[in-house]
Design a protein around this ligand. Sequence first.
Ligand SMILES: NC(=O)c1ccc[n+]([C@@H]2O[C@H](COP(=O)([O-])OP(=O)(O)OC[C@H]3O[C@@H](n4cnc5c(N)ncnc54)[C@H](OP(=O)(O)O)[C@@H]3O)[C@@H](O)[C@H]2O)c1
Length: 370
Amino acid sequence: MTIVYHEEDGDLEHLADKKIAVIGYGNLGRPAALNLRDSGINVLIGARAVDTSVHAASDGFRVISVAEAAQQAQIIMLLIPDEVMPQVYLEQVAPYLSRGDTLIFGNAYNITFGFIEPPPFVDVGLIAPRTLGDAVRARHEAGRGFYSFVAVGQDASGGAWKTVLALARGVGSLRAGAIEIAFEQEAHLDLFIQQAVLPAFHHMVITAARLLMSKGYPPEAVLTELYIGGEFTDYLSRAAQDGLLHALQLGSMTSQYGTFSRLDRFGDLKLERLMEVTLEEITTGAFAREWAKEYSDGYPRLDKLRKSQSDMEVWELEQQTLDMLMPFREEGGYDNNSQFAPNRDDETAFDFDNDDDDSRFAPPKRGDDH
Ligand SMILES: NC(=O)c1ccc[n+]([C@@H]2O[C@H](COP(=O)([O-])OP(=O)(O)OC[C@H]3O[C@@H](n4cnc5c(N)ncnc54)[C@H](OP(=O)(O)O)[C@@H]3O)[C@@H](O)[C@H]2O)c1
Protein backbone atom coordinates (compact mmCIF):
# COMPACT_ATOMS: atom_id res chain seq x y z
CA MET A 1 0.00 0.00 0.00
CA THR A 2 1.45 3.35 -1.04
CA ILE A 3 2.02 5.79 1.81
CA VAL A 4 1.28 9.50 1.39
CA TYR A 5 2.72 11.81 4.04
CA HIS A 6 1.03 15.00 5.17
CA GLU A 7 1.85 18.00 7.35
CA GLU A 8 1.47 16.12 10.67
CA ASP A 9 4.06 13.53 9.58
CA GLY A 10 6.94 16.02 9.50
CA ASP A 11 8.37 17.47 12.70
CA LEU A 12 10.35 20.67 12.12
CA GLU A 13 11.78 20.39 15.66
CA HIS A 14 13.87 17.49 14.38
CA LEU A 15 15.89 20.04 12.38
CA ALA A 16 16.22 22.62 15.15
CA ASP A 17 19.83 21.88 16.10
CA LYS A 18 21.02 20.96 12.61
CA LYS A 19 22.87 22.99 10.02
CA ILE A 20 21.42 22.52 6.56
CA ALA A 21 23.36 23.28 3.41
CA VAL A 22 21.68 23.71 0.06
CA ILE A 23 24.31 23.05 -2.61
CA GLY A 24 23.36 24.92 -5.78
CA TYR A 25 21.18 27.97 -6.10
CA GLY A 26 19.38 27.25 -9.35
CA ASN A 27 15.94 26.16 -10.49
CA LEU A 28 15.28 24.08 -7.40
CA GLY A 29 18.02 25.20 -5.01
CA ARG A 30 16.75 28.75 -4.62
CA PRO A 31 13.06 27.88 -4.14
CA ALA A 32 13.99 25.09 -1.72
CA ALA A 33 16.25 27.37 0.33
CA LEU A 34 13.67 30.16 0.44
CA ASN A 35 10.86 27.78 1.45
CA LEU A 36 12.97 26.16 4.17
CA ARG A 37 13.87 29.57 5.56
CA ASP A 38 10.19 30.58 5.55
CA SER A 39 9.59 27.49 7.68
CA GLY A 40 12.07 28.78 10.25
CA ILE A 41 14.92 26.48 9.25
CA ASN A 42 18.50 27.66 9.31
CA VAL A 43 19.88 27.26 5.80
CA LEU A 44 23.25 28.11 4.33
CA ILE A 45 24.14 27.98 0.66
CA GLY A 46 27.07 26.22 -0.95
CA ALA A 47 27.78 27.95 -4.24
CA ARG A 48 30.44 28.05 -6.90
CA ALA A 49 30.18 31.14 -9.10
CA VAL A 50 30.50 34.67 -7.79
CA ASP A 51 27.26 35.91 -9.34
CA THR A 52 25.34 32.98 -7.86
CA SER A 53 26.85 33.74 -4.45
CA VAL A 54 25.93 37.39 -4.79
CA HIS A 55 22.39 36.42 -5.72
CA ALA A 56 22.02 34.09 -2.72
CA ALA A 57 23.63 36.65 -0.41
CA SER A 58 21.29 39.37 -1.67
CA ASP A 59 18.43 37.03 -0.73
CA GLY A 60 19.87 37.13 2.79
CA PHE A 61 21.61 33.75 2.94
CA ARG A 62 25.04 32.96 4.29
CA VAL A 63 26.99 31.72 1.28
CA ILE A 64 30.16 29.65 1.39
CA SER A 65 31.97 27.30 -0.96
CA VAL A 66 30.52 23.88 -1.70
CA ALA A 67 33.32 22.14 0.22
CA GLU A 68 32.93 24.42 3.26
CA ALA A 69 29.17 23.86 3.24
CA ALA A 70 29.66 20.10 3.13
CA GLN A 71 32.09 20.42 6.02
CA GLN A 72 29.88 22.58 8.22
CA ALA A 73 26.42 21.11 7.63
CA GLN A 74 24.91 17.94 9.00
CA ILE A 75 22.29 17.86 6.23
CA ILE A 76 23.51 18.42 2.69
CA MET A 77 20.94 18.92 -0.06
CA LEU A 78 22.53 18.36 -3.46
CA LEU A 79 20.58 20.58 -5.83
CA ILE A 80 22.89 20.94 -8.79
CA PRO A 81 22.47 19.44 -12.29
CA ASP A 82 22.44 15.65 -12.21
CA GLU A 83 25.20 15.23 -14.78
CA VAL A 84 27.71 17.43 -12.91
CA MET A 85 26.78 16.10 -9.47
CA PRO A 86 29.03 12.98 -9.35
CA GLN A 87 32.23 14.97 -9.79
CA VAL A 88 31.18 17.74 -7.40
CA TYR A 89 30.17 15.10 -4.87
CA LEU A 90 33.44 13.19 -5.22
CA GLU A 91 35.71 16.22 -4.95
CA GLN A 92 33.85 18.65 -2.72
CA VAL A 93 31.33 16.73 -0.65
CA ALA A 94 32.45 13.14 0.00
CA PRO A 95 35.77 14.07 1.68
CA TYR A 96 33.91 16.05 4.36
CA LEU A 97 31.11 13.65 5.25
CA SER A 98 30.91 12.57 8.89
CA ARG A 99 28.99 9.87 10.70
CA GLY A 100 25.40 11.01 11.22
CA ASP A 101 25.33 13.36 8.23
CA THR A 102 22.46 13.21 5.76
CA LEU A 103 22.63 13.55 2.00
CA ILE A 104 19.40 14.68 0.35
CA PHE A 105 18.79 14.45 -3.38
CA GLY A 106 16.15 16.23 -5.48
CA ASN A 107 16.21 13.37 -7.97
CA ALA A 108 17.23 9.73 -7.54
CA TYR A 109 19.23 9.57 -10.79
CA ASN A 110 22.78 9.42 -9.46
CA ILE A 111 22.07 6.93 -6.71
CA THR A 112 19.95 4.69 -8.95
CA PHE A 113 22.51 4.45 -11.73
CA GLY A 114 25.48 4.15 -9.38
CA PHE A 115 27.19 7.45 -10.23
CA ILE A 116 27.21 8.38 -6.53
CA GLU A 117 27.88 5.78 -3.84
CA PRO A 118 27.60 7.35 -0.39
CA PRO A 119 29.59 5.82 2.46
CA PRO A 120 27.66 3.48 4.77
CA PHE A 121 27.79 5.84 7.76
CA VAL A 122 25.52 8.59 6.31
CA ASP A 123 21.77 8.75 5.80
CA VAL A 124 20.56 9.15 2.23
CA GLY A 125 17.18 10.64 1.43
CA LEU A 126 15.14 11.85 -1.51
CA ILE A 127 12.71 14.74 -1.79
CA ALA A 128 11.81 14.98 -5.46
CA PRO A 129 9.20 17.62 -6.32
CA ARG A 130 6.75 16.61 -9.02
CA THR A 131 6.77 20.09 -10.45
CA LEU A 132 9.18 22.81 -11.56
CA GLY A 133 11.29 24.77 -9.11
CA ASP A 134 9.35 27.97 -9.87
CA ALA A 135 6.14 26.25 -8.87
CA VAL A 136 7.78 24.90 -5.70
CA ARG A 137 8.22 28.49 -4.62
CA ALA A 138 5.00 29.92 -6.04
CA ARG A 139 2.80 27.24 -4.49
CA HIS A 140 4.52 27.57 -1.13
CA GLU A 141 3.99 31.32 -1.16
CA ALA A 142 0.35 30.73 -2.05
CA GLY A 143 0.09 28.37 0.94
CA ARG A 144 -0.73 25.42 -1.28
CA GLY A 145 2.27 23.10 -1.23
CA PHE A 146 3.31 20.72 -4.00
CA TYR A 147 3.46 16.96 -4.48
CA SER A 148 6.76 15.18 -4.17
CA PHE A 149 8.19 11.68 -4.06
CA VAL A 150 10.12 10.87 -0.90
CA ALA A 151 12.43 7.98 -0.12
CA VAL A 152 15.15 6.80 2.20
CA GLY A 153 17.95 5.04 0.40
CA GLN A 154 20.12 4.43 3.46
CA ASP A 155 19.25 4.77 7.12
CA ALA A 156 22.55 4.67 8.97
CA SER A 157 21.33 6.70 11.95
CA GLY A 158 17.91 5.10 12.30
CA GLY A 159 16.39 8.57 11.99
CA ALA A 160 16.58 9.12 8.23
CA TRP A 161 12.82 9.15 7.71
CA LYS A 162 12.40 11.79 10.44
CA THR A 163 14.91 13.98 8.62
CA VAL A 164 13.36 13.45 5.19
CA LEU A 165 9.84 14.18 6.40
CA ALA A 166 10.89 17.22 8.44
CA LEU A 167 12.64 18.62 5.36
CA ALA A 168 9.69 17.73 3.12
CA ARG A 169 7.50 19.71 5.48
CA GLY A 170 9.95 22.60 5.68
CA VAL A 171 10.29 22.83 1.93
CA GLY A 172 6.51 22.97 1.62
CA SER A 173 5.63 19.61 0.11
CA LEU A 174 3.67 17.98 2.94
CA ARG A 175 0.95 20.59 2.70
CA ALA A 176 -0.01 18.90 -0.58
CA GLY A 177 1.40 15.41 0.01
CA ALA A 178 4.60 13.41 -0.32
CA ILE A 179 4.36 9.93 -1.79
CA GLU A 180 6.74 7.27 -0.55
CA ILE A 181 8.59 5.55 -3.36
CA ALA A 182 11.77 3.54 -3.94
CA PHE A 183 14.77 5.53 -5.18
CA GLU A 184 15.02 3.66 -8.45
CA GLN A 185 11.30 3.96 -9.19
CA GLU A 186 11.53 7.74 -8.90
CA ALA A 187 14.46 7.85 -11.30
CA HIS A 188 12.73 5.54 -13.79
CA LEU A 189 9.42 7.42 -13.69
CA ASP A 190 11.08 10.80 -14.08
CA LEU A 191 13.07 9.68 -17.12
CA PHE A 192 10.09 7.86 -18.60
CA ILE A 193 7.95 11.01 -18.63
CA GLN A 194 10.82 12.94 -20.23
CA GLN A 195 11.56 10.28 -22.84
CA ALA A 196 8.25 8.58 -23.60
CA VAL A 197 5.49 11.05 -22.79
CA LEU A 198 6.98 14.47 -23.60
CA PRO A 199 8.29 13.41 -27.04
CA ALA A 200 4.92 11.87 -27.91
CA PHE A 201 3.16 15.05 -26.82
CA HIS A 202 5.64 17.27 -28.65
CA HIS A 203 5.32 15.18 -31.79
CA MET A 204 1.54 15.31 -31.62
CA VAL A 205 1.45 19.10 -31.28
CA ILE A 206 3.97 19.70 -34.07
CA THR A 207 2.26 17.23 -36.41
CA ALA A 208 -1.12 18.86 -35.80
CA ALA A 209 0.31 22.38 -36.23
CA ARG A 210 2.04 21.51 -39.50
CA LEU A 211 -0.97 19.73 -40.93
CA LEU A 212 -3.43 22.49 -40.08
CA MET A 213 -1.15 25.27 -41.32
CA SER A 214 -0.50 23.39 -44.58
CA LYS A 215 -4.29 23.32 -45.06
CA GLY A 216 -4.43 27.10 -44.78
CA TYR A 217 -5.55 27.62 -41.19
CA PRO A 218 -3.88 30.74 -39.76
CA PRO A 219 -0.85 29.89 -37.58
CA GLU A 220 -2.04 32.18 -34.80
CA ALA A 221 -5.38 30.40 -34.65
CA VAL A 222 -3.80 26.94 -34.87
CA LEU A 223 -1.30 27.54 -32.08
CA THR A 224 -3.86 29.28 -29.91
CA GLU A 225 -6.20 26.35 -30.39
CA LEU A 226 -3.44 23.83 -29.68
CA TYR A 227 -1.88 25.24 -26.52
CA ILE A 228 -1.40 29.01 -26.37
CA GLY A 229 -5.05 29.62 -25.52
CA GLY A 230 -4.62 27.64 -22.32
CA GLU A 231 -7.60 25.35 -22.83
CA PHE A 232 -5.35 22.33 -22.78
CA THR A 233 -3.62 23.56 -19.61
CA ASP A 234 -7.01 24.15 -17.99
CA TYR A 235 -8.05 20.68 -19.02
CA LEU A 236 -4.96 19.15 -17.43
CA SER A 237 -5.39 21.24 -14.27
CA ARG A 238 -8.93 20.02 -14.00
CA ALA A 239 -7.77 16.45 -14.63
CA ALA A 240 -5.17 16.81 -11.86
CA GLN A 241 -7.91 17.91 -9.50
CA ASP A 242 -10.92 15.80 -10.47
CA GLY A 243 -9.65 13.07 -12.80
CA LEU A 244 -8.96 12.74 -16.52
CA LEU A 245 -12.34 11.32 -17.47
CA HIS A 246 -14.17 13.94 -15.45
CA ALA A 247 -12.22 16.68 -17.23
CA LEU A 248 -13.11 15.18 -20.62
CA GLN A 249 -16.75 15.06 -19.63
CA LEU A 250 -16.74 18.80 -18.94
CA GLY A 251 -16.59 19.30 -22.70
CA SER A 252 -19.71 19.68 -24.80
CA MET A 253 -21.58 16.58 -25.99
CA THR A 254 -20.13 17.23 -29.47
CA SER A 255 -16.66 17.29 -28.00
CA GLN A 256 -17.24 14.11 -25.98
CA TYR A 257 -18.69 12.22 -28.92
CA GLY A 258 -15.87 13.39 -31.19
CA THR A 259 -13.19 12.38 -28.70
CA PHE A 260 -14.58 9.02 -27.66
CA SER A 261 -15.61 7.94 -31.16
CA ARG A 262 -12.11 8.67 -32.58
CA LEU A 263 -10.07 7.40 -29.64
CA ASP A 264 -9.47 3.90 -31.03
CA ARG A 265 -8.12 5.29 -34.29
CA PHE A 266 -5.02 6.44 -32.44
CA GLY A 267 -4.54 3.05 -30.82
CA ASP A 268 -2.73 1.99 -34.02
CA LEU A 269 0.24 4.17 -33.18
CA LYS A 270 2.16 1.36 -31.45
CA LEU A 271 2.75 3.72 -28.58
CA GLU A 272 2.96 0.95 -26.04
CA ARG A 273 5.79 -0.81 -27.89
CA LEU A 274 7.72 2.45 -28.25
CA MET A 275 7.22 3.16 -24.57
CA GLU A 276 8.35 -0.35 -23.61
CA VAL A 277 11.60 0.08 -25.53
CA THR A 278 12.16 3.44 -23.91
CA LEU A 279 11.49 2.08 -20.44
CA GLU A 280 13.92 -0.76 -21.07
CA GLU A 281 16.69 1.66 -22.01
CA ILE A 282 16.02 3.48 -18.77
CA THR A 283 15.82 0.51 -16.42
CA THR A 284 18.88 -1.25 -17.87
CA GLY A 285 20.94 1.91 -17.38
CA ALA A 286 21.59 2.19 -21.14
CA PHE A 287 20.26 5.74 -21.22
CA ALA A 288 22.26 6.75 -18.13
CA ARG A 289 25.48 5.46 -19.74
CA GLU A 290 24.65 7.24 -23.01
CA TRP A 291 23.98 10.53 -21.18
CA ALA A 292 27.18 10.23 -19.09
CA LYS A 293 29.19 9.84 -22.30
CA GLU A 294 27.36 12.73 -23.96
CA TYR A 295 28.18 14.92 -20.95
CA SER A 296 31.84 13.93 -20.87
CA ASP A 297 32.12 14.59 -24.63
CA GLY A 298 30.78 18.13 -24.15
CA TYR A 299 27.16 17.60 -25.31
CA PRO A 300 27.84 17.28 -29.10
CA ARG A 301 24.60 15.43 -29.86
CA LEU A 302 22.48 17.58 -27.57
CA ASP A 303 23.81 20.70 -29.28
CA LYS A 304 22.89 19.29 -32.70
CA LEU A 305 19.46 18.17 -31.54
CA ARG A 306 18.71 21.52 -29.96
CA LYS A 307 19.86 23.31 -33.09
CA SER A 308 17.65 21.23 -35.38
CA GLN A 309 14.67 21.78 -33.08
CA SER A 310 15.17 25.52 -32.84
CA ASP A 311 15.55 25.74 -36.64
CA MET A 312 11.94 24.71 -37.11
CA GLU A 313 9.79 27.43 -38.63
CA VAL A 314 6.94 26.81 -36.23
CA TRP A 315 8.78 28.53 -33.34
CA GLU A 316 9.05 31.79 -35.27
CA LEU A 317 5.31 31.65 -35.82
CA GLU A 318 4.80 30.75 -32.20
CA GLN A 319 6.81 33.75 -30.97
CA GLN A 320 4.90 36.06 -33.33
CA THR A 321 1.63 34.69 -32.00
CA LEU A 322 2.74 35.17 -28.41
CA ASP A 323 3.88 38.74 -29.16
CA MET A 324 0.55 39.48 -30.79
CA LEU A 325 -1.51 38.04 -27.97
CA MET A 326 0.64 39.25 -25.10
CA PRO A 327 2.30 42.54 -25.93
CA PHE A 328 3.07 42.97 -22.22
CA ARG A 329 5.42 40.03 -22.58
CA GLU A 330 8.06 42.64 -23.36
CA GLU A 331 8.34 43.32 -19.63
CA GLY A 332 9.40 39.86 -18.62
CA GLY A 333 8.16 37.30 -21.08
CA TYR A 334 5.52 35.81 -18.81
CA ASP A 335 1.81 35.94 -18.36
CA ASN A 336 1.25 38.06 -15.27
CA ASN A 337 -1.53 35.75 -14.16
CA SER A 338 0.67 32.71 -14.36
CA GLN A 339 2.12 31.10 -11.28
CA PHE A 340 5.40 31.34 -13.16
CA ALA A 341 5.22 35.12 -13.41
CA PRO A 342 8.57 36.46 -12.26
CA ASN A 343 8.89 38.79 -9.34
CA ARG A 344 9.45 42.10 -11.10
CA ASP A 345 11.89 43.15 -8.35
CA ASP A 346 13.99 40.13 -9.03
CA GLU A 347 15.97 40.82 -12.17
CA THR A 348 17.74 37.50 -12.17
CA ALA A 349 14.69 35.27 -11.86
CA PHE A 350 14.07 34.87 -15.59
CA ASP A 351 17.04 36.45 -17.23
CA PHE A 352 16.59 34.84 -20.64
CA ASP A 353 17.61 37.98 -22.48
CA ASN A 354 20.89 38.29 -20.65
CA ASP A 355 23.61 38.11 -23.27
CA ASP A 356 26.09 36.89 -20.68
CA ASP A 357 24.01 33.84 -20.03
CA ASP A 358 26.21 30.97 -21.13
CA SER A 359 23.71 28.30 -20.20
CA ARG A 360 23.26 25.94 -23.09
CA PHE A 361 19.99 24.95 -21.51
CA ALA A 362 18.43 28.41 -21.53
CA PRO A 363 15.34 28.55 -23.76
CA PRO A 364 15.98 30.05 -27.21
CA LYS A 365 16.19 33.82 -26.93
CA ARG A 366 13.44 35.80 -28.55
CA GLY A 367 14.57 37.29 -31.78
CA ASP A 368 17.10 34.50 -32.31
CA ASP A 369 17.51 33.38 -35.88
CA HIS A 370 15.40 30.28 -35.99
N1 LIG B 1 14.49 22.08 -12.10
C1 LIG B 1 13.47 21.59 -11.44
O1 LIG B 1 12.40 22.17 -11.47
C2 LIG B 1 13.60 20.31 -10.65
C3 LIG B 1 12.46 19.66 -10.20
C4 LIG B 1 12.59 18.49 -9.47
C5 LIG B 1 13.86 17.99 -9.19
N2 LIG B 1 14.96 18.63 -9.66
C6 LIG B 1 16.29 18.10 -9.33
O2 LIG B 1 16.97 19.07 -8.55
C7 LIG B 1 18.37 19.01 -8.81
C8 LIG B 1 18.84 20.39 -9.26
O3 LIG B 1 18.25 20.67 -10.52
P1 LIG B 1 18.10 22.17 -11.01
O4 LIG B 1 17.23 22.14 -12.21
O5 LIG B 1 17.74 23.04 -9.85
O6 LIG B 1 19.60 22.47 -11.43
P2 LIG B 1 20.14 23.83 -12.03
O7 LIG B 1 19.18 24.93 -11.88
O8 LIG B 1 20.65 23.57 -13.41
O9 LIG B 1 21.38 24.06 -11.06
C9 LIG B 1 22.07 25.23 -11.16
C10 LIG B 1 22.88 25.41 -9.91
O10 LIG B 1 23.87 24.38 -9.83
C11 LIG B 1 25.13 25.00 -9.68
N3 LIG B 1 26.19 24.24 -10.31
C12 LIG B 1 26.26 23.82 -11.60
N4 LIG B 1 27.41 23.19 -11.81
C13 LIG B 1 28.09 23.24 -10.64
C14 LIG B 1 29.39 22.79 -10.24
N5 LIG B 1 30.17 22.12 -11.08
N6 LIG B 1 29.77 23.04 -8.97
C15 LIG B 1 28.98 23.71 -8.12
N7 LIG B 1 27.75 24.17 -8.43
C16 LIG B 1 27.33 23.93 -9.68
C17 LIG B 1 24.97 26.33 -10.38
O11 LIG B 1 25.98 27.15 -9.94
P3 LIG B 1 26.60 28.30 -10.90
O12 LIG B 1 25.66 29.43 -10.76
O13 LIG B 1 27.92 28.47 -10.30
O14 LIG B 1 26.63 27.75 -12.29
C18 LIG B 1 23.58 26.73 -9.93
O15 LIG B 1 23.61 27.28 -8.64
C19 LIG B 1 18.56 17.92 -9.85
O16 LIG B 1 18.83 16.72 -9.19
C20 LIG B 1 17.19 17.86 -10.53
O17 LIG B 1 16.94 16.62 -11.14
C21 LIG B 1 14.86 19.79 -10.37
